[in-house]
Ligand binder design. Structure first.
Ligand SMILES: [Zn+2]
Length: 416
């Protein structure tokens, strides 16, 4: 019986992985701490592999194809495509550690039939058919210190649909019948602290609170049987245009978590409460303020990213035809209602503005401004364990309501 043996081998990652190409063979050590991970610089040799670590981003060029890893994040980006890696990539001294699944799953998928993974032999084999490279994979020449060019995105696929006739038993906690995945984006990170957090305890800034709420939200969704992942799990900076791209294919929706701040002035301490954004053109002065504040994170990124600013008008025009605009507005409304219900501050309602973080979304996407760090009561609520839990649970409530609606619509559609 082969099957039980396979499961056993997969459950225990190998000590080394071999990579065989027509130009020779190499062994790569696998480490077990922080999940099974391979040490990347050791890959150099017959594969002609190049690793460039630049700030919080690592680019690994394998056979002319650039894989971009955000350190501390469980994803690899290849042009406009993403691989979910389960574990995070991390750096110890000068060595980049990549989740083993990158080699066993992501590489074979990106290269099509050119590489094949054999789990029994722990062997990645290049089949020697260099024309088998998937056509939409961009190739980069030599070492790159920035991300490879992002080609036009493929047309958005409809939301993942399980045929309505196939009815699983409803989840006892939520009533949901289908499998769902939510991507949660804790705003800012790394050298971008977000807003300084005027009424936060010393040393705490927006990025810290965003991450704490995002982690609680992930735990709450998972508890309710909904798969959830984070764009960053540690204190790292992820490019704005990369964040929403993590929500693709089997992902249902994208939620970015932030804390608001009012610039110094007469009405500064009075502004309070929660507001939820979906992507559209900013209409009011206040919406423009929040948009500028959050989009400002771009100055922590590469100079190329700043040039993107000029393209925003075009992107927005494009997105006005986005089929997910109405879905995003509905999601924003449901989340806003729930969070406003537990928040000590004002219900500032659903807002719309042009956020870079949402503009590459190909799924319903919202941005929650969970309160004002420039307001004393909001600041205390946002930095208390109870307040963070209340916000996370309320966002989860809103998401579940939205998914219930979605399942109902799909069921109705299927019965026609
Ligand atoms: Zn923010």
């Amino acid at each position: 019986m082969i099957a039980p043996l396979l499961i056993l081998l997969l459950a225990t990652p190998p000590g080394t992985v071999r990579i065989a190409t027509p130009r020779g063979e190499t062994s790569v050590p696998v480490r077990f701490e922080q999940g099974a991970a391979i040490a990347a610089p050791l890959l150099a040799g017959p594969l002609g592999l190049v690793v460039v670590i630049e700030g919080a981003r690592a680019t690994v060029v394998l056979e002319g194809v650039g894989f971009v890893f955000a350190i501390g994040s469980p994803y690899a980006r290849v042009g406009s495509r993403f691989c979910q890696l389960v574990d995070e990539s991390y750096v110890v001294r000068d060595t980049l550690f990549l989740p083993l699944v990158w080699l066993t799953d992501c590489v074979p998928r990106v290269f099509g039939s050119r590489f094949r993974w054999d789990p029994v032999a722990s062997l990645l084999t290049e089949t020697g058919d260099p024309t088998a490279v998937v056509r939409d994979t961009p190739r980069v020449a030599g070492v790159t210190t920035t991300a490879p060019p992002v080609p036009a995105l493929p047309p958005a696929r409809p939301a993942p649909v399980v045929p309505a006739t196939v009815r699983a038993a409803p989840n006892p906690l939520t009533g949901l019948r289908q499998r769902h995945l939510v991507v949660i984006d804790p705003g800012h990170g790394g050298r971008d602290p977000g807003n300084p957090g005027r009424f936060f305890p010393q040393g705490i800034t927006e990025k810290d609170v965003n991450l704490l709420i995002a982690r609680l939200l992930r735990a709450e969704l998972v508890r309710r049987g909904i798969a959830a992942s984070l764009t960053r799990t540690g204190d790292t900076l992820i490019a704005l245009q990369d964040r929403a791209g993590y929500c693709r294919h089997d992902c249902d929706l994208f939620v970015s978590i932030h804390v608001n701040a009012m610039p110094a002035g007469r009405r500064t301490p009075n502004a309070t409460g929660v507001e939820t954004y979906f992507l559209s053109d900013a209409k009011t002065e206040d919406q423009r303020r929040v948009m500028q504040m959050e989009n400002n994170a771009i100055r922590f990124e590469t100079p190329d990213a700043a040039a993107m600013e000029g393209d925003l008008a075009t992107i927005l025009k494009d997105l006005q035809q986005n089929e997910y605009l109405r879905e995003s507005a509905r999601l924003a409304q449901l989340v806003q209602q729930r969070v406003a219900g537990v928040h000590p501050g004002e219900d500032r309602g659903v807002q719309q503005a042009g956020f870079y973080v949402l503009n590459s979304a190909r799924r319903p996407a919202i941005l929650v401004e969970t309160g004002f760090s420039t307001n004393k009561r909001d600041g205390a609520f946002l930095t208390s364990a109870l307040g963070q839990r209340k916000i996370a649970n309320a966002i989860a409530d809103g998401i579940v309501s939205y998914l219930m609606d979605l399942e109902r619509k799909l069921a109705v559609g299927g019965e026609r």
